[in-house]
Design a protein around this ligand. Structure first.
Ligand SMILES: [Zn+2]
Length: 335
């Protein structure tokens, strides 16, 4: 098929698919177009990550992912300074990965405590830099059991006796994942809808399978002076089964299974976020939610300026539409 006829087909399908289940088409083009439109300029990194297919590599000749070299990477390659983003929510992440500290009247809840090598520096050290006390960490909420977000949990569990909250599926995932990082001891096993309440603050976890089976996304209330905002926190982003076949793909769980889970989760969480009137979208990767530019913008924000992270309910919806439509495009590419 020439590229011209492929494009013509895409236009036709796009026009005809309005009231149909869009994933019934096997043409990714209308979904890529819908995702690109939703992405605007602000969510291009998300679009590029999810909608641009990985370069086809011959499975047999594919080089394995490079192993992490012994010892932690040099601090200069990952260190970032902490930032107060809302009156009760602080960025304590590193350059590419975000950790968030939610400060309540009875202690601190940490979301996604980074790698084992950076948690002490960024989370514990970052809180101290901000004038907060890491010994006040009462809960560690893990969106999913990968080392870039869960790797720091055991440190916080051991050092501060923080309770660790993970879904059953991702406790199991950590149990069976080998590798070089220390897992937290199994603690709170949270189900869909689980609420973590500490003092005056409650955050609600919604299981959004896709990136992993037990990925949690969250709804979080934040304050900015007199203003109140609601955060939609999307817990897992990439279509990992495309790269890590061994960790995901089985006879019972082929590519379509993972895409379907992800599509359903993106739709469901977009509805949840809309009902909660969420007007802030946060990620655990700094590129996807715009933290790479928004964190520096916090430093120059003056009283009365708009908040860089407040994007409105429509912005939150667009983000989750990019995720959904790119997953639909990926599903359409499955042979
Ligand atoms: Zn992950």
């Amino acid at each position: 098929m020439s590229s011209r006829s492929a494009l013509a087909g895409a236009v036709f399908v796009g026009a005809a698919a309005v009231s149909l289940a869009a994933f019934q088409t096997a043409d990714p083009a209308p979904h890529v177009a819908a995702a690109r439109a939703a992405a605007g300029t602000d969510f291009l990194p998300l679009f590029n990550r999810l909608c641009v297919p990985p370069a086809a590599a011959p499975a047999a000749g594919r080089a394995p992912a490079p192993a992490r070299p012994a010892g932690p990477p040099p601090r200069s390659s990952w260190h970032a300074d902490p930032v107060k983003v809302f009156d009760n929510l602080y960025f304590v992440g590193q350059t590419e990965y975000s950790a968030w500290a939610l400060v309540t009247s009875a202690g601190i809840i940490v979301l996604d405590p980074l790698f084992d090598y950076s948690v002490a520096d960024e989370v514990a050290g970052g809180l101290e830099t901000l004038g907060l006390n890491p010994a006040d960490i009462k809960y560690v909420v893990i969106s999913h059991g990968h080392s870039d977000h869960a790797g720091g949990a055991s440190f916080l569990q051991d050092r501060y006796k923080a309770r660790v909250v993970v879904s059953a599926d991702d406790w199991d995932l950590m149990d069976r994942t080998g590798g070089s990082w220390r897992k937290p001891k199994r603690d709170i096993v949270a189900k869909d809808g689980h609420q973590v309440t500490l003092g005056d603050t409650t955050l609600t976890l919604h299981q959004t399978p896709g990136h992993t089976l037990g990925t949690f996304s969250a709804i979080i209330q934040v304050r900015d002076g007199a203003a109140r905002h609601t955060v939609a926190y999307w817990g897992g982003t990439a279509f990992n089964w495309l790269a890590n076949r061994a960790g995901y793909i089985t006879k019972e769980r082929p590519d379509t299974f993972w895409f379907d889970q992800y599509i359903a989760s993106a739709r469901r969480f977009r509805d949840i976020a809309a009902k909660a009137n969420a007007d802030v979208l946060l990620s655990n990767h700094t590129a996807f939610d715009g933290s790479t530019t928004k964190l520096p913008a916090m430093a120059t924000r003056r009283p009365g300026d708009p908040h860089p992270y407040v994007i409105g309910a429509a912005g939150v919806g667009r983000y989750l539409t990019v995720a959904e439509e790119c997953a639909l495009a990926g599903r359409a590419r499955v042979p």
